[in-house]
Ligand binder design. Structure first.
Ligand code: SF4
Length: 289
């Protein structure tokens, strides 16, 4: 079903809450260039909601390089252009004080590893999210009112719950307007603002994320020597491992090198001890009866 604008500000229950909230606050839309946040801008625009600023948080891998590859960077620039022409607001790019690499090298002041570098973020309670994303955004927004583009059918259950019970300074325009992810995509298609990540031609998020899948790590090894060299360098100073399976980046590299030479299988038959030259064990069939 396609999104048709209604006077969401009129019908929204949230209006009553917001009226009681301090009225001299700025209204700031936070975008990530995904379909939901870009569709949210259209919903704000067509629904007549107040909008003062549009911000995005750029993540930098190193001091000078952000996480986008060339294709994604081009899309970001195009989207900024369309947004300025259509909504009359220039997207403000904010960033954390430091890059991923700088935070990874920063010495710990608490916990069991005081004096050691932070290292790669752990699977749970990753330092990167607060330091690189939510921290800078929250600092910028302060107690102003923020718009967040969560869809009504968010796959992430935490986001779904947050959509139902928004904090006082947060509005979820897509939730208020019952916009699904599919409808958000249609809105972006009409505006010709569909990120190349949905075509799978470039990756979404941080290329150094330990939560990414094996195929994605393999792709970095096979296509980007510079990024791989950085991962190797960071791994050497990190007491935590790159991914939750606790293998070194060098071990991953060896695995992919051997895969490329046909010395180890690419699929589920692979075992890490094969890197030492062990052959795959054939599974014994259970005797019937
Ligand atoms: S995508 Fe991964 S590395 Fe980047 S902020 Fe999120 S958890 Fe951290």
């Amino acid at each position: 079903m396609e999104y048709r604008p209604t006077k969401c500000i009129e019908k929204s229950e949230r209006k009553k809450i917001m009226e009681n909230y301090k009225s001299n606050k700025k209204h700031i839309a936070c975008i990530s260039y995904g379909k939901d946040s870009l569709a949210m801008l259209e919903v704000i625009y067509r629904g007549g909601l107040p909008l003062d600023e549009i911000i995005t948080c750029d993540i930098y891998a190193t001091k000078t390089e952000n996480i986008h590859d060339e294709e994604m960077q081009k899309f970001v620039e195009k989207a900024d252009d369309v947004i300025l022409k259509r909504y009359g607001i220039e997207v403000k790019h904010i960033r954390a004080e430091k890059s991923f690499e700088q935070y990874l090298r920063q010495k710990r002041t608490k916990g069991d590893h005081i004096g050691e570098p932070n290292g790669f973020p752990l699977l749970f309670g990753s330092w990167c999210i607060s330091k690189l994303k939510t921290g800078p955004m929250n600092k910028y927004i302060g107690d102003n009112i923020q718009y967040i583009g969560y869809a009504i059918d968010e796959k992430n259950s935490n986001r779904r719950e947050m959509g139902k019970y928004p904090p006082m300074n947060t509005i979820y325009p897509l939730v208020d307007e019952n916009i699904t992810e599919e409808m958000a995509m249609k809105v972006c298609e009409k505006l010709d603002l569909v990120s190349p990540t949905y075509r799978g031609s470039c990756r979404d998020g941080c290329w150094f994320c330990g939560k990414q899948g094996l195929d994605s790590i393999r792709q970095i090894y096979n296509t980007d020597k510079k990024k791989w060299a950085l991962l190797l360098k960071w791994d050497k100073i990190s007491y935590t491992r790159f991914t939750p399976i606790k293998q070194t980046v060098a071990a991953y590299g060896k695995r992919f090198e051997m895969e490329n030479k046909g010395l180890v299988p690419i699929g589920p038959k692979f075992r890490w001890d094969m890197l030492k030259g062990d052959k795959p064990r054939s599974r014994k069939k259970k005797k019937k009866g």
